[in-house]
Write a new protein. Sequence first.
Length: 209
Amino acid sequence: MKILSVDPREPAEEVIRQAVEILEAGGVCGLPTETFYGLAVDPFNPDALLRLNKLKGKASGEPVLLLAADLSQVALVAGTGSRLFRALAHEFWPGPLTLVLPMLPETPDEIAPGRGTVAVRVPGLALPRLLAARLGRPISGVSANLHDQPPCHEAAEVAQLFPDELELVLDGGIAPGKAPSSILDLSGHEAKLLREGAIPAATLERFLH
């Protein structure tokens, strides 16, 4: 495992290049987000997704959250035509709001097997956005932890938890998040709050009716 120091707000081009080479080769990269540390793979690589769920101790069919560079990348994997989606994206992205959207037919089903939906956000921190931009598609954004265990706040915790499973950990200091991203489901007729997180439910209330 390689550990590289990085400024997550202004990451060096060389760090981005090395990380993306690992993702393109099917590897797993630990990195900070605006909430906690996460685990990034290329979600269009089924073997990488299988490896990701296995190292977290999750079933192979568990859905994988995605982090996109911008709205155009979200449109690569999900339906983005609704007025409510556009309003939420304008208000809260980049930021810690995950939206569950209808999955496009060309999106690999392994990202959320049998669900017909995909969970995605444009993160508030530059590092994951730039990785996704360089890769050319969203990256995975699952938390760096074992299933049902607390997420990691520091790179050293990630390295200790997965000493042999990761090719790279990007050390961006202590992740600031005290709560995970909030999750809104927009796949039905009305928006549903699935998880209250970094964005309080009261802040999202006007979008729920």
